[in-house]
Design a protein around this ligand. Structure first.
Ligand SMILES: [Zn+2]
Length: 242
C-alpha cells in the first residue's frame, strides 16, 4: 500500500508539472503568434463548463486567446474559460486543436538510415526515479553511440551525422584550426573563403556562424572542407618531398 500511495503521489506531481508545462507552451505560442482561430479546424471541439448561473453547458470552442497574459478559451455561447478554471479536458482540446492546425512542433523521428523504418532501438540513459522515466540517447563515445538497431534490417546502423558535427570532427581529427578554400564556397549570403571549428568568414570579411546555414548547405560545406583538407595535405606532403 505504501508503495502505491507513493506512486500515485509521484504521478500526480508529474501530472501537475505536465499541465503547467502545457499551459506555458500554449501561452508562449499565443504570445509569439497571436490568437488561435479554432473554427479553422474541420473537426470541431466542444468544451463543457458551468456558466454564470451554475448551469452545465456544452459549447463549441471558438478561439484560444491570451487575456492579461493568461490562456483563455472562448466558446460560441459567448463564454470564456480562463487558464485557472481550465480542466484537463479543456487543455487536451486546446492541444488537439493546435495539433490539427499543425502548430505543434514534432520531435524529429529517429529512422533507420537504410530502410527508413521507425522500428529502431537505441542505447539510452534512463532516470529510474521519475514516474514517467526520462530517457536520453547515450552520447558517450562507445561502439553504439550514434547507432540504432533496426528491427526490420536486423542490423546495427550508424545514424547520419549533421553537417555541423562533421565539420567540427574534421577540425578535431586533422588537428587544424582553420581551412582556407582555394575555390570559394557559395551561399545565399555570399562566398565563404575560410572555415574554423567555430564559424567561417565570407569574402566580404564578415564572419558567420553555422546556425545561419541550412542543413543541406552545412553538409555540402563539410564535403568541400574535407576535399580542401585532403588537397592541403597533398601540397604539404609534396613540399616536404614525399
Ligand atoms: Zn532498417
Amino acid at each position: 500500500m505504501k508503495e502505491n500511495k507513493l506512486m500515485m503521489k509521484n504521478h500526480l506531481t508529474a501530472f501537475c508539472q505536465l499541465r503547467k508545462e502545457a499551459l506555458d507552451d500554449i501561452r508562449q505560442y499565443l504570445r509569439d503568434n497571436g490568437e488561435i482561430d479554432a473554427t479553422q479546424v474541420s473537426n470541431h471541439y466542444q468544451a463543457c463548463y458551468f456558466n454564470h448561473h451554475g448551469e452545465p453547458v456544452t459549447a463549441l470552442i471558438e478561439s484560444i486567446i491570451l487575456n492579461e497574459n493568461k490562456v483563455e478559451v472562448t466558446t460560441d455561447e459567448n463564454y470564456s474559460i480562463g487558464e485557472d478554471d481550465m480542466t484537463t479536458e479543456h487543455i487536451e482540446s486546446v492541444l488537439n486543436i493546435m495539433d490539427d492546425l499543425n502548430l505543434i512542433e514534432k520531435q524529429p523521428e529517429v529512422l533507420c538510415p537504410k530502410c527508413q523504418s521507425n522500428n529502431v532501438k537505441m542505447n539510452v540513459w534512463m532516470n529510474p526515479n521519475t514516474p514517467d522515466k526520462t530517457y536520453n540517447p547515450v552520447d558517450d563515445d562507445n561502439e553504439y553511440s550514434g547507432r540504432v538497431y533496426c528491427e526490420d534490417c536486423k542490423d546495427i546502423i550508424a545514424l547520419p551525422i549533421s553537417g555541423e558535427k562533421k565539420i567540427r570532427e574534421l577540425f578535431l581529427d586533422n588537428d587544424i584550426d582553420y581551412v582556407t578554400f582555394d575555390m570559394h564556397f557559395p551561399t545565399d549570403k555570399g562566398y565563404i573563403i575560410s572555415v574554423s571549428a567555430d564559424g567561417f568568414e565570407y569574402a566580404s570579411e564578415e564572419t558567420g556562424s553555422f546556425d545561419e546555414l541550412d542543413e543541406n548547405t552545412l553538409e555540402n560545406l563539410a564535403y568541400e572542407l574535407e576535399l580542401q583538407i585532403e588537397a592541403d595535405k597533398e601540397v604539404f606532403d609534396k613540399a616536404r618531398g614525399f
